[in-house]
Every structure is written in structure tokens, then in C-alpha cells.
Design a protein around this ligand. Structure first.
Ligand code: NAP
Length: 371
């Protein structure tokens, strides 16, 4: 039985502070399920999104949130497999069922088309930073709880439920790495590699069988990344393209096969983008996942002569979520000893959670809200 009301973290007015409110509990309708939220990951720059600095577009009032770990609390008439009590991962990338151009991130971004804005405002405005959330059925994936959270003594992988929130962190770069068809044995440059999504990219690329050249500015964070695996080499972003190209090629023992850029807006003028491209082999591939807000110049002649592919990528597909969950459930990608929950916060402590997330956001550092 769902309670008539529940607590939710709401932004009443765009860029204004959030408030915890008691709101009506949603009922599942066709195409949705209602889940009881266990934990929601807080991305390192959540503060910058909800204070308006990043200029993300969404309507208010809004129940904020993103992907989450929860338990199925009530199912709709067209739910055939999920059942009450199942542990699930629900994903924030919602697509228009009748419009492939309509893509939104629940609780975060209403996309860039009339259809996406309609989808957000009319169907999925209430996200997961709440005790209960109504989420799209096709976005909600049953997790093998005994395998993932069971004790290693009985064949489990020993994750805590909160740790599983890192799936969001890793799925983003997985989408980029899949989009350029990263192969086992290839060498990929990841830059910058010391932030939340960047460091997750290193872990994921290793699980996909690649050698990684991890670039960044922070020597201490790079040293921790290097310690992950002997297939990781690190390179300092120095601000000098030629110096960086030489260092990347030295670390890669030749040209790199592929390059994942996952820059934040602050890296708009960073040299690593050009250095990464100029280090590619013939027919090398680039995944552009960074959140740069302005145009960037490209070494056009180099790209043309070398048959380089530049591939933009926003998030990932449903099929990639399923493939990624197989990587985790099989144990091929094991992040249990890499990811540490830095802080678990109640909805009321959202401000503290955002601050800790902003100060964290390094390799394996995870901050969650536990409504
Ligand atoms: N395409 C997509 O689907 C998608 C999805 C999610 C996020 N994103 C984008 O990915 C970005 C990065 O995510 P994140 O979690 O790694 O961010 P983060 O935790 O904020 O980390 C920022 C990273 O950028 C580096 N950096 C900051 N300023 C720099 C500069 N001026 N020059 C070079 N490097 C700089 C930081 O390096 P230091 O360690 O040296 O500070 C750190 O590695 C986000 O800001 C977002 O825009 C894209």
C-alpha cells in the first residue's frame, strides 16, 4: 500500500534553494511503476545545476533527481515481470515513445526540442529525490540482488545498495566508449580523467579490455588513477599541445586508437582536446562527451588527412544499460573496492550533500541522498 503523501525535495522557483515538502504519492499508470527510493547519486556539479550557474533548462516547480536505486512499490497494468519488492536501478534518460528526438534527463534537463519539453513538463516532472517516485517502466531494471549484494562467501559480489548508484557515473562514459566501438587491446586516451565521470571512464575502459592513457592536471589524482591497474599510464595536461602530444604518444607507446573527451565547461580552452586529436592513429575515433558551452576550433587538415571520426554522444541507449548491467552482474566490471560512499544524506541535508559532492568527485568518490 502506498502512503497518501510522502516527502520530496522540490525546487519551487528556478535557481532558488530547494525545500523538502510533503506531496501526494503518485500511483502507477500504464507504462510506469512506482518505486520506493533507497539512494540517489549526487553528481559533483549538482550545486551548479540547481543554482542556475550551468543554465540547465527545466520547468519549476520540480522534484529534483536523476537515476536511482530503489524497490518496486507498485506496478502498472502493463508490468509483466517486475514485482513489488524487487531491487531496481531506474535510469534518468527518458525518451519520447512516439518521438525519437525527444530526450530528457528527469529532474535535470528538459532537452532541446518542443517534444522533449512537453515530455518533461507533462509526464516526468517529478524525479527521484523523494521517498517515492513514479518512473518509466522501460527505464527500470531489476537487479540481481543476491548476486550483487550477497556475501562473497555465497557467490555474491558484496556491493552495498548505495554503492550501486555509481552505475549512473559509469554508464555515461560507457555510452561514449561504445559509440566509438572501443575494442579490447586498444589504447584510449581519457581526458580529463580526474573528475567524477572522467575517472569512471577509466574504470569502464579497463573493464572493456583497453589500455588507458589518463590525462589531467592534478598529479595526486592521476597517481591514484595509475594505481588502479598496470594497463593505465598517466599524462599531465600542461597547456602546451606539442608537449602533451609527445607525452601521450610516449605513454601509449605510439599513436592512440581512440580518445574520450569528457570536459566540464571550465575546460573550454584546455589544450587536451587538440592534443588528444593530434595523437590519434590513422582512422582514429573521438567521442565528444564534454559539456562545453562554446564552439571549439579543430585541426581540420589533420582530421581530414587521417580519416578521423568525431562522434558526439549524449548519455547512452537502453540496450547499453542492459549490456552494462551484464558487465557488472557478471563481475567483469567490479567496482566494489574502488567506489566508496563518501556521504549519505537525508533529503533535508541536500545543501551539505551538494557541497560534499562538489568537493569530492574524484575516482570512486560517491555521495548519495537516502530519502
Ligand atoms: N555527454 C554526456 O552525456 C555527459 C554526461 C554527464 C556529464 N557530461 C559532462 O562531463 C563533464 C565532466 O564530468 P565530471 O563528472 O568528470 O566533472 P567533475 O567531477 O566536475 O570534474 C571536472 C574534471 O575536469 C577537469 N578540469 C576542470 N577544469 C579544467 C580545465 N580548465 N582544464 C582541464 N581540465 C579541467 C578537472 O580536473 P582537475 O582534477 O585538474 O580539477 C576534472 O577532471 C561535466 O561537466 C558535463 O558537462 C557529459
Amino acid at each position: 500500500m502506498l502512503p497518501p503523501t510522502h516527502k520530496a525535495l522540490v525546487q519551487e522557483v528556478y535557481a532558488e534553494p530547494l525545500v523538502v515538502k510533503e506531496i501526494a504519492t503518485p500511483q502507477p499508470d500504464p507504462g510506469s511503476v512506482v518505486i520506493k527510493i533507497i539512494a540517489v547519486p549526487i553528481i559533483s556539479y549538482a550545486r551548479e545545476v540547481y543554482n542556475g550557474n550551468r543554465k540547465y533548462s527545466y520547468p519549476t516547480p520540480l522534484v529534483v533527481g536523476t537515476s536511482a536505486i530503489g524497490r518496486v512499490a507498485a506496478v502498472g497494468v502493463d508490468t509483466v515481470k517486475l514485482k513489488e519488492g524487487d531491487l531496481v536501478y531506474t535510469d534518468c534518460v527518458v525518451r519520447g515513445r512516439d518521438d525519437e528526438e525527444a530526450i530528457i534527463l528527469t529532474g535535470l534537463a528538459d532537452g532541446s526540442t518542443d517534444g522533449s519539453r512537453k515530455l518533461f513538463a507533462q509526464a516526468w516532472k517529478d524525479s527521484t529525490c523523494a521517498e517515492y517516485a513514479r518512473v518509466p517502466l522501460e527505464n527500470t531494471f531489476a537487479l540481481d540482488e543476491a548476486r550483487l549484494c550477497g556475501s562473497p562467501d555465497t557467490g555474491g559480489l558484496g556491493y552495498s545498495r548505495e554503492q550501486l548508484c555509481w552505475i549512473l557515473q559509469a554508464l555515461v562514459p560507457y555510452g561514449g566508449l561504445r559509440s566509438i566501438d572501443l575494442q579490447a587491446g586498444e589504447t584510449i586516451l581519457i581526458a580529463p580523467s580526474t573528475g567524477g565521470f572522467g575517472s569512471a571512464a577509466v574504470v569502464v575502459a579497463l573493464a572493456m579490455g583497453a589500455r588507458v592513457v589518463a590525462a589531467g592536471r592534478n598529479a595526486e589524482a592521476l597517481a591514484k588513477t595509475k594505481a588502479l591497474n598496470d594497463r593505465v599510464e598517466t599524462v599531465q595536461i600542461t597547456g602546451d599541445v606539442e608537449e602533451e602530444v609527445a607525452a601521450i604518444k610516449k605513454a601509449a607507446r605510439g599513436n592512440i586508437d581512440a580518445f574520450l573527451d569528457i570536459s566540464p565547461p571550465e575546460a573550454q580552452h584546455s589544450t587536451h582536446l587538440k592534443a588528444g586529436i593530434m595523437s590519434l592513429r590513422q582512422a582514429g575515433r573521438v567521442s565528444l562527451m564534454g559539456g562545453l558551452l562554446e564552439d571549439v576550433p579543430f585541426p581540420h587538415r589533420f582530421i581530414m588527412r587521417r580519416n578521423i571520426t568525431l562522434k558526439g554522444q549524449w548519455m547512452y541507449s537502453r540496450e547499453e544499460i542492459l549490456a552494462f548491467l551484464r558487465l557488472v552482474t557478471s563481475g567483469v566490471l567490479n567496482f566494489r573496492d574502488i567506489v566508496k560512499v563518501q556521504g549519505k544524506f537525508a533529503l533535508e541535508a541536500w545543501g551539505k550533500a551538494f557541497d560534499v559532492a562538489w568537493e569530492s568527485g574524484r575516482l570512486g568518490e560517491l555521495v548519495v541522498l537516502t530519502p
